[in-house]
Every structure is written in structure tokens, then in C-alpha cells.
Design a protein around this ligand. Sequence first.
Ligand code: MSP
Length: 657
Amino acid sequence: MSDKCKKVYITTPIYYVNDVPHIGHAYTTIIADTLARYSRLVGHIDDVFFLTGTDEHGQKIEQAAKARGKSPQEYADEISGRFKELWDEFEISYDKFIRTTDEDHMRGVQKAFEVMYNNGDIYKDVYRGHYCVSCETFFPETQLIDNEFCPECGRSTTMVEEESYFFRLSKYQDKLLEWYENNPECILPKSKRNEVINFVKNGLEDLSITRTSFDWGVKLPESINDPKHVMYVWLDALMNYVTALGYGNDEKLMDFWPAKVHLIGKDILRFHAIYWPAFLMSLGLKLPKHVAAHGWWTRNGEKMSKSKGNVVNPKEIADAYGLENFRYFMLREVPFGQDGDFSQKALIDRINSDLGNDLGNLLNRIIGMSGKYFDFNVKSDGVKTYHSTELEEVESILSNIEEYLYEIQTNRYLEELWKTLRIANKAIDTGMPWAKMKEGKEDEAMATIALVANILAKVAVLLHPFMPKTTQKIASAIGFEINTESYNKIIKNNELLGDFKIEKIPPLFPRIEEQQLLETSTQKSETVKEEKKVKMEENKKQNDNESGANLITIDQFFQTQLKVGTVVEAEEVPKSKKLLKLQVDLGEEKPRQIIAGIKEWYSPDDLKGSQVCVVANLKPAKLMGMLSEGMLLAAKDDDGLCLIRPEKSRKPGSSIG
Ligand code: MSP
């Protein structure tokens, strides 16, 4: 988020209304809320526009409504209401909550379709292929698992053959590559950019953008006069980012465009980093500054989702542990872009340790000492005399901290902030105000207390977007209020607090005992024991790694049976770019069938009659519907792949060891 233009437009994905909100949804929304609050704090105030909402059309919603005996609109109203209610309860500071069933949104989408159609980017044809309703995505047959199942979610796909309008996505391949090339930060984290570039380099097919086999969607514009079509839900959904600003209607807020950042989860990166910029190019609109994709919250390693029945209800967690503690945890625990396993134990540890011990105790210590020695009256004038080193260290850490937020590395940002708390705690331990008081060095004792109060003030201001109410309490305990003015004074200009009175407040983060672990309604079957078991296994793995640096024993090695084999037959797998089907003689009754992903490097003729090394006791697996009963050993680097073969010919079935 490095460019500092005045208007700041921040968006979350719009959430499907087939599912009630879980902590995955809350995570995206909380990150976006924190960035919006930060932008307002540093002075953008009226120039921030924060959008969230719900995605309500498509076959998936139509089916979910039907299953409940409701009309899609009734059902969408109900679930959309649940999302809005939750965000209101969580005091999410959104400026607009958009629904794709809003009339003006639908008008805006129709307008966009018309513009793209009139400029020649949309044409009519027939779509033949496979559709996954759950992902609302078309897949070519080569990508399906066992010719049937969705490569993203594993559900069964349906064969679709229908008239459809297509968007000329292929036309935008080079322009997209140029955009990624010229804007190294357009996709965050930067590591994800390469994934997208590779995908686009592999070639883009035109995109089917209308459906005729169901009804629950935005109709085509009247000018096109083709009433049996409704728009593809992703075209409809992505357009929300501009219709929310009035695109196709009054265009009132369009000066917020382009978006500063679209926050999304990694599963919907392709739609946002490929389709969306291509649509925008077609519409002649600017491209977003950043598309930022976070990882998933998992339970015991599996993505949290309603269909797996492993979701955690964010409201229950916030009610049990405190909303702002929960916000802190989510943004501190996981590096942006990576997956994180949700555990209440980890949440409790963060509350007790980071918030209770590091932050809360520090405040208690200065409340106690300032009360005991100075009747709560603190003066900052000795800070520079006695603690200039600590002060400079803190200022230097904080002078670079916002860079982390620009890259949405909230965990790094918080880590840096916590370094300053460590400096403050250490200043008390080494300064020992209680000893200084005994020695009659009151100025020095006062300077240490004032240093700590000033560090706490800085931390409170910079932590404000993450924990708005808690930090306001800390600020008021040390006699100021957090707003843009105090941000400018305390952070930008490094001014000290001057003379002020400390107010005694109750502890902000009472200790939580592990026995208080909440048994949430969504995880009743899971016990605390299970969490402990996972933790123990993790510890064991870590110990094993530390002591043995991932070494295995000879017995473990021999669990893998490696054998020499002779390729007796080899042929290409039709419609597959990668696979060859081999029959390999391993000295057994009959040759084994092995499906190997080596077509790019070997032709069937290269292989026939040659010897290979085979992992012979691998569980058989199906690839494109064909059984594979082993795996070939190969080595791969930037120059490509080569098979590992015996130096001299050996009898088929000879073991390797
Ligand atoms: N409706 C589309 C988005 C359209 S945006 C123009 C959609 N909706 S969703 O409800 O399925 O997902 C919304 C967001 O929640 C996505 O960014 C997704 O990554 C995120 N999450 C859903 N489950 C998640 C986790 N378990 N963990 C973290 N976030 C995940 O996709």
C-alpha cells in the first residue's frame, strides 16, 4: 500500500449468502477495518471509503434457498442481514454495505456489460464444459480429477452445454503481464505475484460470462435483447467494487477509484488478479493499486468451511475473550498470506502474554509507582536527560513501522510495537525508580516513569486501529485522547506528553486460565484434550527436528521400497499436457501401470525398453481416472526434469538401497 494518495478506498470481498459468517470472513473484514481506521487516524478522515457487503446471486444461492423452501431473495435477505448484524456488533467501520441484489448495483453491472459488448469484448457462442456450482467456476476437462471432480473443492462438477456470451479474456493476456511487470506491488504478498504470472503465461481462454440454465442473476441489458441469459455471478460480484461508488448510476463517488486495496483470501486471487483487471481494462477504468491475498484459517490443518463442519463462530469467540483481544490475536498470530490454525489455547496465550504481561502490566506498573511516589502527577521534562538512549531507540523503531502496514504485514507491525514495550519494561528494571526514591534521586525516578508513560502513549496511538477502545482507555489513563491531532504530535513530531496526571483504571487484560477454554457450539465434539494432543504432537515434531535436523533412521528409509523397472509400453494420455501412461516390468507377474507427469521432457519412444527407478510400495492412486501403481524417481531443476536410472542394466525388480 506504499503510495500515499489522498483518497483511500478499501474493500473486503462480498460474502456469499449461502453460509453464515465464520472467523475466516471475520479475518478479512478485521484486516480491512484496521487499515481503514489507520488511514483515518493518520489524517485521511473524510477521504477513506471502506466497502463490504454480500454476494447474493448464482446457482449456489438459488440451490441453498430451494433446499430451505425459501425464495432466493428471502434467503439472501436473511443471511445478508446476519453478516451486517455481525459487522455492526463488531463495530466494523464500513462506509457502505453493498448487496448484489441492490437495484443500482444491478443497473451498474448491466451498464458495464453494455460497454464491454459495444467495444467488441463480448461475443456469443456455445459453452461446453464442466461447472462446479460450489466454486461457481468453469473447468476444462484436463483440470478435473478423475474426469469429474472439481480440482479446487473436490465436489462433483456438472457437464454444461449451453449458449453463452464470452468475454475476450485472451485478448488481455499481454496487457495483464505488463501490469504485473510494471507494478511489482500490485499483488500482495509479493510471492503470490509469481503464481499469477505463471498462470497467465500458460495462456488465457475466453471466459463464459452468462448462463441460461437458471434464473437467479442479473439480466442482460435491454439493448442486447436476450432475456434468457443471466450474468455469471463473478462478473456481477466483481463489479460491486465500482457500482458501490455509483458506476453506471450517479458516479458520485467515482473519485475514490481506483481502489487502494482489495483484501481477499487466496482462494479468490485468480478472479481478482486476472479477471477483474481485464474487465477494468475493457471498461477503460484504472486498475486497483493492490490486490492483497491472505491465507486461510484452518482447524487441525483443514480449511475452515461450513461444508466440513469445522467452522468457528467469531461472535462466540469475541464474547468469550473480548472482541479487541480477538482482533489483536488474528492480526498478530499469522503472517499475512500464510495459513493459520485456529486454537483457543494460542488465543489465550496471546492475551495472557502479549496483552496481559507486556502491555497491561506496564500500565499497572506506572499507575502504581506514579501514585505511590508522586500522587499520580507526572512530568516529562527529565526524560531526555536520563533516558535519551531509550527514547531514540523507540523513535527509530517507530519511524519505519508504517511500512509494514503498507505491505499488510500486521504481525510484523505488532512485533515492532512490542519491541518498544520491551524497552520500557527494561527501563523500569534497570532504572529501579523505587531504589532511586530511597536514594533521594526523585528526578531520575520521575524520568523513568515518564519515559514509560510516553512509550505507552506512542504504543496506544499506533495500536489504536487494531484495538480502538482498549487503546482509548490506555490514553485516557495517561491523560490524552487518541485522534489525528495526537497522532501528529506524539508519532509524527515525537513530542512528549509534558506534565500530566495518571488515572488509576482496573486491569485491562485479566488473566485467563486454560480451564476457561470455551466449548463453542461449532466444535462441541472437539475436546480440549484434542487441542492439547495436537500441541503435543507439534512439540514432539519440533523436538525431533531440533535434535535430529529432520534425520531419519535406516529402518525408516527401508520402509520405502525402491526397485529397478523396465518400461515395456509407453503412450501419451489423451488431452493431458503432462501425463504419459507406462507399463513397467518390476519382475512381478505382470507389468505395473504407472501414470507419470513427464510428457514435457520425454516422448513414449524415448522410454520404451529403457530402465527406470520406481517407488514400488506407494498406495495406488487415480490420475485422470487411470490407476497409477508406483512413481518414477526423477530430479528437477531450472533446466528441466531427468529420470534417475541405474548406471548399468539390472534385472527388473532388483531392489535399490
Ligand atoms: N462471493 C465471493 C467473493 C466475491 S468478491 C467480488 C466469495 N465469497 S465467500 O463468502 O466464499 O468468501 C469470502 C472470503 O472469505 C474469501 O476471501 C475467502 O478467502 C474468505 N474465507 C472463507 N473461508 C476462509 C477461511 N477458512 N479462512 C480465511 N478466509 C477464508 O468467495
